[in-house]
Design a protein around this ligand. Structure first.
Ligand SMILES: NC(=O)c1ccc[n+]([C@@H]2O[C@H](COP(=O)([O-])OP(=O)(O)OC[C@H]3O[C@@H](n4cnc5c(N)ncnc54)[C@H](OP(=O)(O)O)[C@@H]3O)[C@@H](O)[C@H]2O)c1
Length: 261
C-alpha cells in the first residue's frame, strides 16, 4: 500500500447500497463509484436509483444498477439481492445498510405501526441483507465489508425530537455491528458503522426548518454547524477500502463532535 490509490481504491469490488434514492445513500453511492466499485442501488423509488445508476456509470465508468425494493419486506430483499448479484456478476463484497426511517411521536402514544416499520427498516433489513452477503462470501471463502448507517442517537438520546423507535433501532444496529464483527472476523468480513450527526436531507430538512431547531442543533455541535451530505463520502470509502483493514466493530462518528461532550 504505497500509493493513495492502493490505500483507498475499491476497484474490482461489488457494492450494494440501500436507501440510495436520496440523501446520504446517494453520497455513499458516489463515493464508492468514485473509488472504483461497481454499485447496486436499492430503494423503493426505482426511477431515482435507476437514474443515479446511469449517472454513476457515465461519470465514473463503473457498472451500476438500480433496483426497486421495499426493504421492510423479506420477499423484496430476497428478489433485490438476487437481482443485484446477477447484474453485477458475482458476490457483493461491500454492503452499505443505509436505508432508514425516523418517525417521531410522544413515547407514551407512539404508534405501533411506526415502531414496527422502524424495526423492520432500521434493524431487521440490515440483518437480513448482512446474512445474505456473509453467507455468499463465507461459501466463496472471500473477505468483505459491511457498513451500517447508525446515528448519534445510537449513543445518546435526542433533546430536540421524540425519537423512541429511532433511538432504539439505531442503538440496536450499533451493537449488531459489534456482534457481527466478532462472529465474522474469522471469515475476513469486517463490520463497522457510521454514526452521523445532523445533516440536511429529505428525512431531516422539515425538522431543521422548525423555528429555533437549527440554532439548537448547531449549539450542541462543537464544530458549530450542521454536516453536509457529501461529508459522509470519506467515511464510507475509508471503511470499504484497504485503509481500514484492521478496523472492525467500530462506530465512526461523523457528527462535528456532537457526541464528544
Ligand atoms: N441526515 C441525518 O442527519 C442523519 C443522521 C444520522 C443518521 N442518518 C441515517 O442515514 C440514513 C439515510 O438517511 P437520510 O438522512 O439520507 O434520509 P433520506 O434522504 O430520507 O433517505 C432515506 C433512504 O432510505 C430509503 N428507505 C426508507 N424506507 C425504505 C424502505 N422501506 N425500503 C427501501 N428503502 C427505504 C429511502 O428510499 P425510498 O423512499 O425511495 O424507499 C431513502 O433512500 C438513515 O439510516 C438515517 O437514519 C441520517
Amino acid at each position: 500500500m504505497d500509493s493513495l490509490e492502493g490505500l483507498f481504491s475499491v476497484r474490482g469490488h461489488r457494492a450494494l447500497v440501500t436507501g440510495a434514492s436520496s440523501g446520504l445513500g446517494v453520497d455513499c453511492a458516489h463515493a464508492l463509484a468514485l473509488a472504483g466499485a461497481d454499485v447496486a442501488l436499492v430503494a423503493r423509488r426505482e426511477d431515482r436509483v435507476k437514474t443515479l445508476a446511469d449517472e454513476l456509470t457515465r461519470k465514473y465508468r463503473v457498472r451500476a444498477v438500480g433496483v426497486g425494493a421495499d426493504v421492510s419486506r423479506e420477499s423484496d430483499i430476497e428478489r433485490a439481492f438476487a437481482d443485484c448479484v446477477g447484474a453485477l456478476g458475482g458476490e457483493i463484497d461491500i454492503l452499505v445498510n443505509n436505508a432508514g426511517v425516523s418517525p417521531t411521536g410522544r413515547a407514551e402514544n407512539f404508534k405501533r405501526e411506526l415502531w414496527e416499520n422502524a424495526v423492520a427498516v432500521n434493524l431487521t433489513a440490515p440483518m437480513l441483507l448482512s446474512q445474505r452477503v456473509a453467507r455468499a462470501l463465507i461459501a466463496a471463502n472471500k473477505p468483505g465489508r459491511i457498513i451500517n448507517m447508525a446515528s448519534i442517537y445510537a449513543a445518546v438520546a435526542s433533546s430536540v425530537y421524540r425519537l423512541s423507535a429511532y433511538a432504539a433501532t439505531k442503538a440496536g444496529l450499533a451493537n449488531l455491528t459489534r456482534q457481527l464483527a466478532v462472529e465474522w472476523a474469522p471469515h475476513g468480513i469486517l463490520v463497522n458503522a457510521i454514526a452521523p450527526g445532523w445533516i440536511p436531507t429529505e428525512a431531516t430538512e422539515g425538522g431543521i426548518a422548525k423555528p429555533g431547531n437549527k440554532e439548537r442543533m448547531q449549539q450542541f455541535t462543537p464544530l458549530g454547524r450542521l454536516g453536509r451530505p457529501e461529508e459522509i463520502r470519506g467515511a464510507v470509502v475509508f471503511l470499504a477500502s484497504p485503509a481500514s483493514s484492521y478496523i472492525t466493530g467500530a462506530i465512526l462518528a461523523v457528527d462535528g463532535g456532537y457526541t464528544s461532550w
